[in-house]
Design a protein around this ligand. Structure first.
Ligand code: FES
Length: 61
């Protein structure tokens, strides 16, 4: 399922990026995917994925 339409990022790609990187905030995840956020509508969903992986430390980003 596409999570980020602007960058054509699926939930699988985002989960893989989180699992194989040290991403702590959404911008880290986009960077791990070789892109950056554009419209920002997906940030809350990416934040949820980070939380699912026990990674979200938004204050550090
Ligand atoms: S949907 Fe992800 S930046 Fe627009």
């Amino acid at each position: 399922m596409y999570i980020c339409i602007c960058n054509a990022l699926t939930d699988r790609k985002l989960k893989d990026a989180i699992a194989t990187s040290q991403s702590q905030c959404p911008e880290d995840v986009y960077a791990a995917c070789g892109c950056r956020s554009k419209c920002g509508k997906c940030i809350s969903l990416v934040t949820e994925l980070l939380r699912d992986h026990g990674r979200s430390q938004e204050a550090a980003c």
